[in-house]
Design a protein around this ligand. Structure first.
Ligand code: SF4
Ligand code: SF4
Length: 105
């Protein structure tokens, strides 16, 4: 999930710097050990505690201007295990309906 800009520096074509943080549109189920501010969480229809998402579909912890995580140092375990350019990253990018629009210039 999106790294702070200095950490995301990469020339790789699938780097977070060149992505509209599409992984932050996925459902993030929170674990008991996660310590996330309550106003950024919600309960799913299935009764799971998850990261809240805005009407735009992105996680409410995402800075919409910089497209990076505002709680990076305390982000959920699920986000910590999300590997840039890994299987799920590539799938999220592929599934995003507007792949070209998702890429920053
Ligand atoms: S989908 Fe992949 S490249 Fe895009 S922000 Fe998430 S981890 Fe980074
Ligand atoms: S907590 Fe941060 S890394 Fe995780 S989905 Fe939300 S904005 Fe993305």
């Amino acid at each position: 999930m999106p790294l702070p800009a200095p950490m995301a520096a990469s020339t790789h074509k699938n780097s977070c710097q060149r992505c509209a943080a599409v992984c932050c549109r996925l459902i993030v189920v929170l674990m008991p050990e996660d310590r996330i501010p309550a106003h950024l969480t919600t309960t799913s229809p299935e009764g799971l505690l998850v990261m809240a998402r805005g009407e735009d579909g992105w996680c409410t912890a995402l800075d919409p201007l910089r497209m990076n995580c505002t709680i990076y140092d305390q982000r959920p375990d699920t986000c910590r295990r999300f590997v840039m350019d890994g299987t799920y990253c590539r799938a999220a990018r592929k599934d995003y309906q507007q792949p070209q629009a998702a890429l920053l210039p």
